[in-house]
Design a protein around this ligand. Structure first.
Ligand SMILES: Nc1ncnc2c1ncn2[C@@H]1O[C@H](COP(=O)(O)OP(=O)(O)OP(=O)(O)O)[C@@H](O)[C@H]1O
Length: 777
């Protein structure tokens, strides 16, 4: 295959050609695979007259499909670009001959009608995703149009780049200075970019074509690739060119601005023809690339570093036969262009070192060989006087053996260096596996410590466990509060009872005071003195009133004291209850005794009643003191009864509290049981996870040891992955964002827009290379 392939595509006749009668009157006949005949008109064709015949690399007739054209023309070009070649596909032909149909297609979204550019995008990205795992790619696109001899940037969002200049650089070659370059990471992105650029193209209706392109468009795809293992890099540029139609001004009926456009288009196309003439005419040293912007931009594609495919689009109609003929002649000349395509690769320092080592070895071998040859030469020379001590046959044999040995040594050295290289690679592999192993072990340790943390709730930091603990803690708090609430309720009820009881007692106290006083105020009938010798009645009443007042006062004092005592006793009631019970028993006995004594006294009084009036003052005094004692004892007895009642209510309260506490203990026990079972379940789960990790770890170790022992197996085919991307362009039109494409098995994943790429640090500017490509450096 030559460096410039030329194919012809004949479109079906269009409506206006058919309307001209005789079904469009054809003048073109194709004979695949590469023959085209053009007749001056259809009559000549029918009559079998002599045609103008041309041979091309391929011809595609009216029935040819977009897919067939792509497969034959563009698919091999994609492969070239992936290999690091520059490539160009351009469509040439008169207005309305089908150039845009071939390059872009009637519809980008219709699978059958998609043209070369969309199909190339899909093919390119499919190939990238299938690439070796060690490869890393960056795809950038630019889109320009050459309109009226000015280069316009179709991707410039600010539409200010309308007159870009073409420059030449030893490193970059020919390039459009300042053109917007966008990173794309999928065919969808590429096509979106293409669509947005195509909308900015200058298109107008002409007499020949409703949507005629009034400019030449060049869609540029640059593919940068880097091998992560060797750090070597390659760059391939693909130019997809849709030329403006070459046209007969008279046919297009152009005037005014369109006439100017047509003249400029024709001028640039004739410059293209001149370049092709110069390139294909022997001994012409000067090629007029600088005569037009078009030829300057396509300088590398024509006679330079590029593999180029030219698609000649023609109409089948005899109405267009002169244009068809000249177009085919143009293609025929272009066939002879000789390009000098080379792979644009940059070797890494490592690769250069290896090459140097090989060259040195080769040199050593050659030196040895020369040595041997010299020796042989000496042997073949006739013996002279000085050759008396010429080598014997055994010496020659030894030399030959030495030569062989040296060859063997060189060979062994080569093998050794390869082995070293291999062992270094394996060492790297083992190191990476060890780091994976360490990572797994660290995870296992982490899991273990998590499990331990489950066993020690106080040091728990696991979220779920923490939540559980908090929940149970809250439950306990709630229980406690409920319990305290119940206790308070109980206490309030007890206090209310106490209060009621005290109220009743204070009501009864007045009555009881009267009751207690009554026997004293009104002496019991048996005790009342008989009238005949009694002192004067007024004296007795006064005495009784005094006594009564004194007793009431005493009783009131006693009541207060008893109340105070009650308060004091309440605090130590529990302890004293037994003592009071004993006292109560004793006092009851005493009361009984006193009552008996009183009864005895009363009976003796009754017995001495007739002499009572004559009772001495001492006896009366004794009588009063007995009565007082009796009253005191009764008061104490009542106090004790009150205390007893209060203690009993306290006892009841304590019993109820005890019941509540029992309930609480039961609920606490239930909670504890629940928590324990939860913890057991969790710990079992953790143990399961731990054992699964152990199994994984063992497997990993086994694989590692197998990897280290077994010979290297062929690598599985990488899986294709589609990725979306975000590409941003700043005011200067440079790219912001990570557009690095990595096949999935190469750990390929696109990092976020702002994250630095996790690519390995490289000695020979590998990452720097990608950063440069992305415009980040
Ligand atoms: N192979 C084909 N099969 C069917 N229709 C075609 C084919 N080639 C071209 N056409 C149709 O012919 C018309 C003109 O094609 P197109 O616009 O691609 O021509 P062009 O060479 O790009 O013209 P211009 O130079 O004026 O831009 C379009 O309507 C297109 O759909």
């Amino acid at each position: 295959m030559g460096d410039v392939r030329v194919v012809v595509r004949v479109r079906p006749p269009n409506a206006s050609e058919i309307a001209r009668g005789n079904n469009g009157q054809r003048c073109v006949k194709v004979s695949p695979p590469g023959l085209v005949h053009v007749y001056s008109d259809d009559k000549v064709m029918e009559a079998g007259g002599p045609p103008n015949s041309f041979t091309f690399d391929n011809v595609f007739g009216e029935e040819s499909t977009q897919k067939e054209v792509f497969e034959a023309v563009a698919k091999p070009v994609v492969a070239d670009v992936l290999e690091g070649y520059n490539a160009t596909i351009f469509a040439y032909g008169q207005t309305s001959s089908g150039k845009t149909f071939t390059m872009e297609g009637a519809s980008i979204d219709d699978p059958a009608l998609r043209g070369i550019i969309p199909r190339t995008a899909t093919e390119l990205f499919a190939r990238l995703m299938d690439a070796d795992e060690n490869m890393e790619f960056v795809v950038k696109v630019s889109y320009i149009e050459i309109y009226m001899e000015r280069i316009r940037d179709l991707l410039d969002p600010y539409k200010t780049k309308v007159n870009l200049q073409v420059r030449e650089d030893a490193e970059k070659g020919i390039y459009v200075d300042g053109v917007t370059e966008l990173c794309v990471t999928s065919d969808d992105e590429l096509l979106t970019t293409m669509r947005s650029g195509a909308m900015n193209r200058a298109v107008a209706a002409t007499g020949m074509n409703e949507g005629s392109s009034r400019s030449h468009s060049v869609f540029m795809v640059t593919l940068y690739q880097r091998n992560l293992e060797t750090n070597s890099t390659k760059v391939g540029k693909l130019y997809l060119v849709d030329l403006a139609g070459s046209e007969m001004v008279r046919k297009t009926q152009a005037s005014g601005k369109q006439l100017e456009e047509a003249k400029t288009i024709n001028k640039s196309l004739s410059a293209l023809g001149m370049v092709i003439n110069a390139l294909t005419t022997p001994n012409v040293g000067f090629v007029p690339y600088r005569d037009s912007k078009l030829t300057r931009v396509l300088q590398e594609s024509l006679g330079g570093n590029s593999r180029t495919a030219l698609i000649i689009n023609v109409s089948p109609s005899s109405y267009n036969s002169p244009e068809t003929l000249s177009t085919l002649r143009f293609g025929n000349r272009a066939k002879n262009i000789k390009n000098k395509a080379v792979v644009n690769a940059e070797k890494s320092a490592e690769e250069y070192k290896q090459l140097l080592a090989k060259a040195e070895k080769a040199m050593t071998m050659q030196q040895n060989y020369i040595l041997v040859l010299e020796t042989r030469l000496k042997q073949q020379q006739p013996p002279s006087a000085s050759d008396a001590d010429a080598p014997s046959t055994s010496e020659v044999a030894a030399l030959a053996a030495l030569e062989k040995l040296q060859e063997r040594i060189v060979q062994l050295e080569e093998e050794l260096s390869e082995e070293k290289h291999e062992s270094q690679r394996r060492g790297d592999e083992i190191r990476s596996l060890t780091s994976v192993l360490n990572e797994s072990q660290r995870e296992v340790e982490e899991l273990k410590s998590q499990k331990d943390a489950w066993d020690l709730p106080r040091h728990e930091d696991h979220t779920s466990r923490h939540l559980l603990e908090e929940l149970s803690h809250l439950k306990l708090e709630l229980d406690k509060l409920q319990f305290e609430n119940d206790e308070i309720k109980l206490h309030v009820a007890t206090l209310q009872q106490e209060n009621e009881r005290l109220a009743l007692e204070s009501d009864a106290r007045a009555t009881s005071t009267d009751e207690l006083v009554a026997p004293v105020v009104a002496p019991p009938a048996p005790v009342s003195p008989p009238a005949p010798v009694s002192p004067p009645r007024s004296t007795i009443r006064l005495e009784a009133d005094d006594q009564k007042e004194a007793r009431v006062l005493r009783l009131e004092t006693d009541l207060k004291a008893a109340q105070e005592e009650l308060m004091a006793h309440q605090t130590q009631a529990q302890k004293e209850i037994q003592r009071f019970m004993d006292e109560r028993r004793q006092l009851t006995t005493q009361i009984q005794e006193l009552a008996n004594q009183l009864q005895a006294v009363q009976s003796s009084q009754q017995a001495v009643a007739p002499a009572a009036t004559g009772m001495s003052a001492r006896e009366r005094q004794h009588m009063r003191s007995i009565q007082q004692k009796l009253e005191q004892l009764v008061a104490v007895h009542r106090q004790l009864l009150r205390k007893y009642a209060s203690l009993e209510s306290e006892h009841n309260e304590a019993r109820q509290k005890l019941g509540l506490r029992d309930d609480r203990i039961k609920s606490l026990e239930a909670n504890t049981r629940l928590m324990a079972s939860n913890m057991r379940a969790q710990s079992e789960k953790h143990l399961e996870e731990l054992s699964a990790l152990h199994v994984q770890l063992a497997e990993l170790r086994r694989n590692m040891s197998q990897d280290a022992d077994a010979p290297e197996e062929p690598k599985a085919a990488p899986m294709p992955v589609r990725r979306s991307a975000s590409v941003y362009v700043n005011r200067q039109g440079s790219v912001v964002g990570d557009g690095v494409i990595r096949p999935i098995r190469g750990g390929g994943r696109r990092t976020s827009t702002l994250e630095p790429s996790p690519a390995k640090p490289d000695a020979a500017g590998g990452l720097g290379f990608l950063q440069r490509m992305l415009g980040l450096k």
